[in-house]
Write a new protein. Structure first.
Length: 342
């Protein structure tokens, strides 16, 4: 009987100590600063899908470089992911391929995304693609019209009546679309245009093949920067009336500037048009995947800025959420969680 009583008392004591230990564990003061944030949803996320293709553009332009850099960022920071930037003709092709499911992601300027979504401009024949969505905006594209300083030209409209040969970017690209549109805005109707890469357009100017060459990309455009180191060049501006006409055509455009010293010998700001460029996807994309992609862009914005000058606008992460077509619900959920949108 005594043995049973002693055994019972021992069990009670052990249980009592365990209870005290559990209570102590819940009331011990945490280190200063701990417990002020909660674990982000999806922090243990692991991607198990196929390689993600990110449509870029001409290999000599900013958009392709951005696609490659973003692919590397996704692959580095999202567990299990392999994302790869590829060449393409640019925003117009990327928008269609994303909308039709041929590629998972694409780089796209805001004007092309808006036209694709509404079935306007280059997309009029195919109708609206209302399944197009944004993950986030990452840099700004500007229209860069390069010419030799020896032409004496300052504005794009200085080409009017000259029958000038111009390089207008890859066929069906956003550079070609905007190049032709800006020529129309400037009243230049007698030009002779050639579809070519951004590199060929810049080199053609240097070699005297073209009077002016276009690049609708983040400045500095590498090909134009290279030419400016060997030739005295100018960048042709648009006036206020021309810019207003362009914005009326597509509200995604904004008055923008090629900042002084972007290129060698370019000491003054050049007024032009610009637009935000971002990562697009289809509304069919898995919501958690879209959430993680947006999260990755947000959390690694500083690293992206350090690695590439054209991502400079991401120094302010609110740049991510100024878009022309709807955000994917997964991306929207993330940006709401961090307070970028309500």
């Amino acid at each position: 009987m005594k043995k049973r009583v002693c055994l019972l008392l021992a069990v009670v004591m052990v249980l009592g100590l365990a209870a005290c230990g559990g209570e102590t564990g819940t009331t011990t003061k945490a280190p200063e600063g701990a417990g002020t944030t909660t674990k982000a949803a999806g922090s243990d996320y692991k991607y198990t899908g196929p390689v993600l293709t990110i449509g870029g553009a001409d290999s000599s332009g900013t958009m392709y470089a951005a696609a490659v850099a973003i692919g590397s960022t996704f692959s580095k920071h999202i567990n299990g992911m392999n994302a790869q930037g590829t060449t393409s003709s640019g925003s117009n092709e990327n928008a269609i391929k994303v909308a039709t499911g041929d590629i998972e992601l694409g780089m796209c300027t805001g004007d092309a995304a808006l036209n694709c979504y509404n079935g306007k401009g280059k997309f009029a024949d195919g109708g609206a693609h209302e399944n197009l969505r944004y993950i986030g905006c990452v840099y700004a594209s500007t229209m860069n019209w390069i010419a030799l300083k020896s032409t004496g030209y300052t504005y794009l409209h200085d080409l009017a009546g000259k029958g000038a040969a111009v390089g207008t970017g890859p066929s069906a690209s956003s550079t070609e679309t905007v190049a032709l549109l800006t020529l129309e805005a400037a009243g230049v109707t007698d030009y002779k245009s050639t579809a070519c890469t951004l590199g060929d357009a810049a080199n053609g100017v240097a070699d005297g093949v073209y009077v002016a060459g276009a690049a609708y990309a983040g400045a500095p455009v590498s090909a134009q920067l290279t030419v400016s180191t060997t030739k005295d060049c100018v960048w042709l501006a648009l006036d206020d009336k021309e810019i207003d006409w362009l914005i009326e055509k597509n509200p995604a455009y904004t008055k923008s500037y090629i900042q002084p010293n972007t290129y060698k010998g370019q000491t003054e700001a050049v007024q032009t048009i610009g637009v935000k460029c971002g990562v697009i996807c289809s509304s069919d994309m898995d919501e958690e995947l879209a959430y993680q992609l947006a999260k990755c862009l947000y959390e690694n914005a500083k690293e992206m800025v350090t690695g590439n000058q054209f991502f400079a606008d991401l120094s302010d992460v609110s740049f991510l959420v100024d878009y022309t077509v709807p955000l994917h619900p997964g991306a929207e959920r993330f940006y709401k969680e961090v307070g970028l949108i309500k």
